[in-house]
Design a protein around this ligand. Structure first.
Ligand SMILES: Nc1nc2c(ncn2[C@@H]2O[C@@H]3COP(=O)(O)O[C@H]4[C@@H](O)[C@H](n5cnc6c(=O)[nH]c(N)nc65)O[C@@H]4COP(=O)(O)O[C@H]3[C@H]2O)c(=O)[nH]1
Length: 739
């Protein structure tokens, strides 16, 4: 593209030599008045021939491929033609003052701008003079004696022109250099990234404002420093060979994220890209582009932390735990030690959540996390898997006794009550333990097996720990299998009821039995309710299953009566979902009518937390059931944080004291606080006309203790485990016989 004409004029004017210099040049070229006279004389003769000279000149230029490219644009060519014509007109006009010079500079500039290099320029002049020689000779045939002086005069002016043209090249190039340097200085100084020049051996030579801001040094301070002074020793170990490779030309560019040590002692993250400027020259200099990426690194670290930690407790999550397990296994493989995985969940978390709210649940989880951290060694990892599930990883375990000791320590730690929203909560937990290498070769298998052991610990009555054993595997069906199996459990006749006798503490007589559900899928082990009731709840399967339980238990009550047993009471558990199911009372009435069980011989057990979820509608449902004559009991009393006076609003008949409560009070003597509280609860319940049933009585001491407190009834392993209906019949008959 040809430059803007007014810009060309301006630049040409800026380049104008002083008048004295013009005179000096003409003098040196020996341009005389005689020369000017001769040129003026030939001037009119030359004019008609100029187009042919110019055309020949451009034809010549276009014989060179490189020039052909430059001149291919028609507009450029036309403009050059035009300039050339006016040039020729003034060449022999005999006026070589400032206007002439300005014009020459302008033509030179135009050529320089389109990239016509000086060597082509000089070649072009040679072409002119070569063409003009014979032309002059032809035009001056009548004055052959003047040919040489005229040609000589033409040569002098052409040389003057050539000098001016070369001036434009030199001055324009210098100007361009100055401009590009100014641009570079501007860009360098104001760049939004840190920029620096370094010597090949890594000394700082120059740095821009941004870099100085990043590192906190002044340019003078930095100039005396070496790159190794800014990086950490670990980073320098990596950087040193890279710097050598850059200086030796083996590497063009190196880009790394690393830490810089700032003047104020801070360590920041930067991305430094260092490029060798003359990789093959002996004096390579290096240019560094330095970006402060501390913020990005911080976000990355936070993201990384979030991705590997539980947000509520800050403990490791599953991903981080599995990572640590792999490390621990690799380490154990070398040392010959074992790795233990302790899987635990809280025994009463759902109750806490339901009765005290999710906020309280969260606080319990946080506190449990804190206690677990306190219980373990620094090298152990405590992870939370969401909900109330925690896992502790113990690497480098010389013997499994240490895992057992930690499990016991954890059980004790979580048994200690915590104060949440003014309530004393003792979440308690069960623990399942698996060991590498015995129980699995990788984290996932170890987790699965620790979970199976946990399941077993719960089935054994919670609040204890179990090591994994091979037989447990069969019992840990995964959830999906359970769910699909459960759908057909009723129709396939896989459900069974066991009955746990309930004893009148004063007389020792069996006065009733609690129906407890078991599921026995064909060809598999028996499955305990803890493993499937929650799935039945979530899927709604509890509604048909619950009806089956009620119907079977009521039918059993009638069968026992027919078999000659007294009018025993059957207790049946109602789950939360069942309790909220519309038409519950109608269903109960239908079952009672169908089976012939007297309503007063059926006791429905509802947990405290179910009542507290929606107390008003619960009261209405209970009232309808009570109106039918059905007995109502509050199950697991003591775990749900409701007060006795609160329960007054519900038409209930009995209170079942939770077995953890029974275990607590019986561990102490009657004159202790717990004993006093138990005595007060029983007395208060009596004053409200409620029967008190103690659950989970396991020892004679507990029985005696409860009897001394005037507790009415009890059930528990001490009297009998849950058993099939015929077994209960035998037990009853044996008891009668021994009277
Ligand atoms: N450590 C210890 N445990 C004792 C002792 N005496 C009895 N147990 C166990 O304590 C549980 C008492 O039942 P629950 O508190 O209603 O707790 C029941 C109840 O909430 C639920 N469940 C059982 N059957 C049904 C059912 O038909 N419907 C509904 N909705 N839930 C049921 O499953 C829970 C667990 O039932 P099971 O595994 O049969 O566990 C039974 C019983 O075997 C003792 O002395 N020591």
């Amino acid at each position: 593209m040809l430059a803007d004409p007014s810009e060309l004029d301006r630049t040409a004017s800026n380049m104008m030599p002083a008048d004295a210099e013009i005179q000096q040049r003409l003098l040196f070229l020996e341009v005389t008045d005689e020369d000017i006279r001769l040129l003026r004389q030939i001037h009119p003769l030359l004019q008609p021939r100029l187009p042919e000279v110019i055309a020949g000149f451009y034809r010549h230029l276009q014989t060179m491929p490189v020039l052909r490219i430059l001149l291919k644009d028609k507009a450029v060519l036309d403009r050059l033609h035009h300039l050339q014509a006016s040039y020729f007109q003034s060449l022999t006009a005999g006026d070589y003052g400032p206007d002439y010079v300005r014009h020459r500079l302008r033509v030179g500039l135009a050529h320089q701008r389109i990239g016509l290099a000086p060597e082509w320029y000089i070649g072009a002049y040679r072409k002119y003079l070569g063409e003009l020689g014979p032309l002059l000779q032809e035009l001056m045939q009548d004055r052959p004696g003047q040919f040489l002086p005229t040609y000589n005069a033409l040569m002098k002016v052409a040389s003057f022109d050539m000098g001016l043209a070369l001036d434009t090249y030199i001055k324009a190039s210098r100007q361009q250099l100055r401009e590009s340097e100014a641009r570079f200085r501007g860009a360098f100084g104001q760049a939004a990234v840190g920029l620096a020049q370094l010597s090949a051996d890594g000394r700082w030579l120059r740095a821009n404002r941004k870099l100085l801001d990043i590192v906190g040094y002044t340019e003078e301070e930095l100039r005396g420093m070496h790159v190794s002074d800014l990086v950490t020793p670990e980073d320098w170990q990596i950087d040193a060979p890279l710097l050598r490779a850059l200086a030796d030309g083996e590497l063009e560019t190196s880009s790394r994220e690393k830490r810089y040590l700032c003047k104020d002692g801070r360590r920041i993250w930067v991305k430094a890209t260092v490029t060798a400027m003359q990789p093959d020259g002996s004096h390579a200099s290096l240019v560094a582009v330095v970006e402060d990426i501390s913020q990005r690194k911080q976000y990355e670290e936070e993201l990384m932390h979030l991705a590997r930690h539980d947000a509520l407790t800050g403990l490791a999550n599953r991903t981080l735990l599995l990572d640590r397990v792999s490390q621990a296994i690799a380490q154990a493989r070398r040392s010959g030690n074992q790795v233990a995985m302790l899987f635990l969940d809280l025994d009463r978390f759902k109750t806490i959540n339901d009765s005290l709210g999710h906020d309280a649940g969260d606080r319990v989880v946080v506190e449990v996390g804190r206690r677990l951290k306190q219980a373990v060694r620094d090298a152990d990892t405590v992870a939370r898997f969401g909900g109330d599930e925690f896992v502790v990883l113990m690497p480098e375990l010389p013997t499994e006794h240490i895992a057992a000791a930690l499990a016991q320590k954890i059980l004790n730690a979580l048994f200690e009550p915590m104060l949440i929203h003014g309530h004393e909560v003792a979440p308690a937990c069960s623990v399942g333990i698996s060991l590498y290498p015995r129980d699995g070769a990788d984290g996932k298998v170890l987790l699965k097996n620790a979970d199976a052991a946990l399941y077993q610990a719960k089935a054994m009555g919670r609040g204890n720990y179990q090591f994994y054993s091979e037989e447990m595997n069969a019992r840990t069906l995964d959830r999906l299998t359970l769910e699909s199996g459960l759908r057909h459990a009723v129709e396939r006749g896989e459900l069974q009821l066991k009955y746990q006798p309930q004893i009148d503490l004063a007389s020792g007589d069996i006065i009733g039995a609690e129906a407890l559900l078991r599921w026995h899928p064909a060809g598999q082990h028996l499955i305990m309710p803890d493993a499937f009731i929650s799935i039945a709840e979530e899927t709604g399967l509890i509604v048909p299953i619950g009806e089956w339980v009620l119907r079977t238990a009521c039918a059993q009550q009638v069968a026992w009566r027919r078999a000659g047993l007294p009018n025993l009471r059957v207790a049946v558990n109602l789950s939360a979902r069942q309790f909220r199911q519309p038409g519950l009372d109608a269903m109960v009435a239908r079952v009672l009518a169908d089976t012939g069980c007297p309503p007063g011989r059926l006791e429905l057990e509802i947990t405290e937390s179910v009542l507290m979820e929606r107390p008003d509608s619960a009261a209405q449902t209970l009232q309808r059931l009570s109106d039918m004559g059905v007995q109502l009991a509050i199950d697991d009393f003591g775990t749900g944080y409701s007060s006795l006076s609160y329960l007054k609003r519900f038409p209930i008949n009995a209170l079942k004291i939770d077995r953890s409560f029974v275990r607590d009070i019986a561990m102490h003597s009657a004159d202790n606080d717990d004993g006093a509280i138990a005595a007060a609860v029983i007395a208060l319940a009596h004053s409200m006309g409620l029967t008190v049933v103690a659950e989970g009585v396991e020892t004679a001491r507990q029985r005696d203790f409860l009897r001394a407190l005037h507790c009415d009834q009890a059930q528990g392993f001490y009297f009998s485990e849950p058993m099939p209906a015929p077994a209960l019949e035998h037990l009853f008959i044996k008891g009668e016989a021994s009277k």
